[in-house]
Every structure is written in C-alpha cells, then in structure tokens.
Design a protein around this ligand. Structure first.
Ligand SMILES: O=P(O)(O)OC[C@@H](O)[C@@H](O)c1c[nH]c2ccccc12
Length: 260
C-alpha cells in the first residue's frame, strides 16, 4: 500500500465524519459560501503578478516537519505582497498538519485567489472548500477516475470555483481533460514514491491544450527554473517547501522574486 492509498483511505473516513458534523445544507449557509470567487486565470496572467502560486505547508509525508513556527496570516500576506498570483493552503491535518481554520484565516487576509490543497474524494469537500473561503479546488488525477473528474469539476464550476487538475503523466492527462477545468498542473513529484523530476513538466508542456492555464508544481527552488518553464509554455508555478523551509517564508519569496 502506497502512502497515497493510505491518505485516500483516511480521507474517506474523515469525510464521513465531517458529513455527520455539518450537513451540506448547513455548509450552504456559511457566509463564504455565497461569495464570488477570484479568477485564477486573471491573477496568473496579470502583468503585475508573478504567476507563482505560493503554498503554506507546515509538513509533508516526504519531508516531515518543514516549518512549525510561521503563522499562516503573516506568511500568506507576505506571499501576496511579494507578487504571488495565488496562495495554496494545505487543509489535510494527518499528513500535512493543515486545517480548514488555516484556509479561513488566509481568506480573511487575502485579496488574491486561494487554493484549498486537499485530496478530494467526495463532492462534499468541494462545498466545504467554498464554505471555508477557497476560490480554487485541486482535483488529483492519480486519485480519481474520468467520471469523477468530470462530475467534480462540473460541480465546482456550478459553485463558481476555479478548477485546477493535477496530472503526473500523459495517461492521466489524456483521460482527464474536460471543459469545466480551468488550469492543468503537472506535478513534478510522483505522489506514489515522492521522486521529483522537472522533466514531467517539460515533457507534457506541449500536450496540454493552450486553452488551459499551464502550471508546473513541486520541486521548484531556483528562479532560473521559472524562466525555463515560461519558455516551455507554463504560466503558473506552485512553490511550497522552498519558501517554507526557511525560517522566514516572506523574506524567501521576496528574494526569489527579485531574481525573476
Ligand atoms: O513544496 P513543493 O515541492 O514546492 O511543492 C508544492 C506543491 O506542488 C505540493 O505541495 C503538492 C502538489 N500536489 C500536491 C497534492 C497534495 C499535496 C501536496 C501537493
């Protein structure tokens, strides 16, 4: 059993518990549920922003603890001030030490799009994302079949959310393309063995249709890489650990952006 299988198994239990605590009808009454989402496309393509989707990540299954001291509000404001196009907040608690409270905190202080970084295995989590302040949801092809991807993307769109589809290889890409998707992210990290290889992005760049925003995810630690990825056709860059592992993520992103 891979760690991804373990995460998914745990996620299903978690969702069943959450549904007992808060019904869908109750989520629909949360104040954030009726807000209008920011557009991921507009913010990624905005000439005064960098295309960076900067992630608040305390820990991960591959790296263990990354940063246990920085506060979510301070870090995400720093990311926004540095020119990030969007912010990603992990909401998984067991493997990434995140929470829905972190997501809400980020929403309260940000005026750029916010991604709920989560392993989505049920439409309930999409309603939950909206209710807790997300603008964007992530659908991970490695955890979902084609029918689920289409149904979840359609449902997210019906709530006004932006959809980022994550793929790792061509097989996942080819079975996952639907019109209700806004952006396609190539995860350079294999979620089954954690091996990171930027070539996944370079290999898939031209296979992703140009109507989608193209995002390269994971393992980016050098501003020069952004220049190369841009040449290859990418517009978005999801970066977490490189900023979070320093004691001061705000300072780290500001210095990174100076080199772009
Ligand atoms: O910390 P990194 O290597 O910069 O990676 C960020 C982000 O891409 C990574 O956290 C991620 C990409 N897809 C995921 C799916 C689930 C959890 C986490 C992720």
């Amino acid at each position: 059993m891979t760690i991804l299988d373990k995460i998914i198994e745990r996620k299903k239990v978690e969702v069943a518990e959450a549904k007992k605590q808060v019904s869908l009808e109750e989520l629909e009454q949360y104040p954030f549920f009726s807000r209008t989402c920011y557009s991921l496309r507009d913010s990624v393509l905005h000439p005064e922003r960098t295309g960076i989707i900067a992630e608040f990540k305390r820990a991960s299954p591959s790296k263990g603890l990354i940063n246990s001291t920085s506060s979510v509000a301070e870090v995400v404001i720093g990311y926004q001030d540095a020119g990030a196009s969007a912010v990603s907040v992990l909401t998984d608690s067991d493997f990434f030490k995140g929470s829905l409270a972190d997501l809400r905190t980020a929403r309260e202080v940000l005026t750029i799009p916010l991604l709920r970084k989560e392993f989505i295995v049920d439409t309930y989590q999409i309603a939950e994302a909206k209710a807790h302040g997300a603008d964007i949801i992530l659908l991970i092809a490695a955890c979902l079949d084609s029918n689920e991807i289409q149904a979840y993307a359609d449902y997210a769109k019906s709530l006004g959310l932006n959809v980022l589809l994550e793929v790792h290889n061509e097989e996942e890409l080819q079975r996952s393309i639907f019109d209700s998707i806004d952006a396609i992210g190539v995860n350079n990290r294999n979620l089954k063995d954690f091996v990171v290889d930027l070539n996944h992005s370079y290999d898939l760049a031209n296979t992703i249709p140009n109507r989608f925003i193209k995002v390269s995810e994971s393992g980016i630690s050098d501003p020069k890489t952004i220049k190369e990825l841009k040449k290859a056709g990418f517009q978005g860059f999801l970066i977490g650990e490189n900023f979070m592992k320093t004691g001061d993520p705000t300072k780290a992103i500001k210095e990174f952006v100076k080199e772009l």
